[in-house]
Design a protein around this ligand. Sequence first.
Ligand code: NDP
Ligand code: OXD
Length: 309
Amino acid sequence: MSLVLIAKNRDFTSLKKALLEKDPNLDVEIWPRVENKERVNFAVCWNHPKHVLNSFANLRAVSSLGAGVNHLLNDEDLAEDVNICRLITGSLKEQMAEYVLNAINNYRLHTITYADQRKEVKWESHSSIPKKHAPVGVLGLGEMGEDVATLLLQQEYIVNSWSRTKKEIDGLTSFAGNEELDDFLGQTNIIVNLLPLTEETEGILDLELFKKLRKPGYLINVGRGSHLVEEDLIYALDTGHLEGACLDVFETEPLPENHPFWNRKNIMITPHIAAITPAKEAADVIIENYKRALSGMELLYEVDRNKGY
Ligand code: NDP
Ligand code: OXD
């Protein structure tokens, strides 16, 4: 029995070390150096290459190295009876909440504008946007979205959320389903995308959606690049439907050097770092799920293939 770590261009040294520190008897291999593929029962994947998973005939479960599983659900080679799970840790949620709060504060307090002005030796003040004039709308109130909303509520923001099912959190206004999306947008200035990428949510961040936001609108995309229609963002910024955006995820990563987003002062860009899975915490969840997979138990954060997340 063995566990394999699979990714393109990723150094797994610290994760392997953390796994072996927790359980020295574990048999951990790093793809592509897998001695005996027949022995592999569990895989941990991030941006794995095509057709690699069907080379493991005795695979029982696959874990994402993060919260998103679109890369696994889109893998047509993954057999129906292989269970899929996500990797959620406390620190992942905390980092995400801090990232979003920071992005909102940068926007409200014009931090990026002042950094740009410094380069131009320009002394000019801008009024900050009061919290009460900037209701935040969180698209997707799952593991990440809930922590983001909770931190923003603690910071006395007005917070709305949109999900498939209604949520009950003190102080939060919850909207659910397609029929309530327009109401949610109409009460939101700063929109934070934390939806999973599914057939239903792909391309959801488009011009139609931006037009329905309260003005001034601001976008924070920490979900996936394919949630956003990139040319619609440019158009929305040029026509005043949005004032700016903070993007952590992109259709193509790394963002190509000649991409138009790089030249936009009102687009803040980070290289997919909003929340990074820490090796030690990841090792705890991976080992627990490896044991569960071997004994046929339900996995932690198991994905419902029918729902698509
Ligand atoms: P969850 O699966 O825990 O939550 C998903 C949320 O989206 C749920 O509230 C769900 O509703 C809602 N949702 C799903 N489909 C729809 C739909 N069609 N209409 C309305 N609501 C919908 O996901 P996580 O919070 O763990 O993560 C969300 C995404 O964030 C990940 O898939 C990943 O892409 C991204 N991510 C990005 C990171 C980064 O570093 N940039 C780090 C971590 C995650 P309901 O609650 O009703 O089921
Ligand atoms: C994740 C991510 O899904 O980092 O965890 O994007």
